[in-house]
Design a protein around this ligand. Structure first.
Ligand SMILES: [Cu+2]
Length: 179
């Protein structure tokens, strides 16, 4: 009995444990990356599994202006040997039967114009808008990059590749936020 209770406690304590259904979409691992003071931007991550027969699209995400002035949907990729990021045109597709993971080094939510640093242990509500499934407001806990990678089962240690020489496609001074 004690062992079962202990196991349950561990599951509840998992940083990115929140998950929910929105229509046919199973949404899990909502997370924001903690930022150092005065960082202009922060990355947001989540897992979207489309269990339905219809394709969907994450078309927008928004947050209270006290957290970030603006939020964009971003993609990160190597371009001429340099890690760059840019806004995803038309939103992030979530095809029927597929799972799309927003994670460090790939697709992500980009919170821009942060009035204050995002502090580990805090959480912020983000509203996601899908073309088919509609809207969902979800709490995104703020975690360290290491905790985010661990929650996603990503390997640590490749973070340096993302920091070196990264630049934003729009050139608005988000370089090197290491999202
Ligand atoms: Cu970005």
């Amino acid at each position: 009995m004690f062992r079962i209770l202990a196991a349950a406690a561990v599951i509840l304590a998992t940083p990115a444990g929140a998950q929910t259904m929105l229509g046919d979409l199973h949404i899990a691992t909502p997370m924001l990356r903690a930022t150092p003071p005065n960082a202009p931007v922060a990355g947001g991550f989540l897992t979207i599994e489309n269990r339905g027969a219809e394709d969907d699209i994450l078309i927008a995400a928004r947050v209270d202006g006290a957290v970030a002035a603006e939020m964009q949907l971003h993609e990160m990729a190597m371009e001429n040997g340099v890690m760059s990021m840019f806004e995803v045109e038309g939103g992030i597709a979530v095809p029927a039967g597929e799972t799309v993971i927003l994670r460090p080094g790939g697709l992500h939510l980009m919170l821009m114009g942060l009035p204050e640093a995002l502090a580990e242990g805090d959480s912020h509500e983000i509203t996601l808008t899908f073309a088919q499934a509609g809207e969902l407001a979800l709490d995104f806990p703020v975690l360290s990059l290491g905790d985010i990678r661990a929650a996603l089962g990503d390997e640590a240690g490749d973070g340096d590749a993302e920091h070196g020489g990264m630049k934003h496609g729009d050139g608005e001074g988000h370089a090197g936020h290491g999202n």
